[in-house]
Design a protein around this ligand. Structure first.
Ligand SMILES: [Zn+2]
Length: 195
């Protein structure tokens, strides 16, 4: 099955500006997670604020009104209690493409992407970080259900499980398709500025 590699950031749930999602930061002001980006619906963000679980850090220029109150929709919230971040990268389609920089691990092209089992499933190859790589549909077809040796094909690099930091570094090359201006500081504050 050929799967088109997302050219932009893929969220678990598509994020659109009219959804007014809130970026959720940990108590240390870093995003709770990057892949996928920690976002809440505005309803959840408002609720958490009323329950005193979050601080509102930034807001949209939009109000929600009820008979008793009126408030701006939060665009960034931070948890009042620190949550230990997840230290292993989730084995997802997007994260695998991200690890491989959205390029075929055989020929380096960035065309239509799919996945390839380095050791084919038919030879006992498993679906794991160290046995699955991004591959263009041509290389995938060419390799078929043969091993590297049988196909005489070579990998650009040996696949391994990435650390969250490695994914984060890759992810910076593929910015999200929707970023509210108030999120930028929290996502990219440690990136070197360019002229
Ligand atoms: Zn290829």
């Amino acid at each position: 099955m050929a799967i088109e590699a997302p050219k932009e950031y893929a969220h678990a749930v598509p994020v659109r500006s009219h959804d007014f999602p809130a970026l959720v930061l940990n108590a240390d002001f870093r995003p709770l997670s990057y892949f996928p980006l920690s976002l809440w619906s505005w309803q959840d963000a408002v609720k958490a604020s009323f329950l005193d679980r979050v601080r509102i850090i930034a807001e949209y220029d939009r109000f929600v009104r009820s008979p008793s109150i009126q408030m701006r929709i939060p665009s960034v919230v931070s948890l009042k209690t620190y949550v230990r971040p997840v230290r292993t990268a989730a084995f997802t389609r997007f994260n695998l493409f991200l690890r491989d920089g959205f390029v075929c691990q055989y020929c380096g092209s960035d065309g239509r992407m799919t996945f390839d089992h380095v050791v084919p499933k038919s030879q006992g190859g498993r679906t794991t970080w160290d046995n699955v790589v991004a591959a263009c549909t041509d290389c995938n077809l060419k390799k078929g259900s043969r091993s590297l040796k049988e196909s005489r094909m070579h990998l650009l690099r040996k696949p391994t499980r990435p650390t969250p930091d490695e994914l984060l570094n890759s992810g910076r090359k593929f910015p999200p398709n929707y970023l509210h201006r108030t999120w930028i500081d929290f996502l990219y504050w440690d990136i070197e500025l360019e002229e």
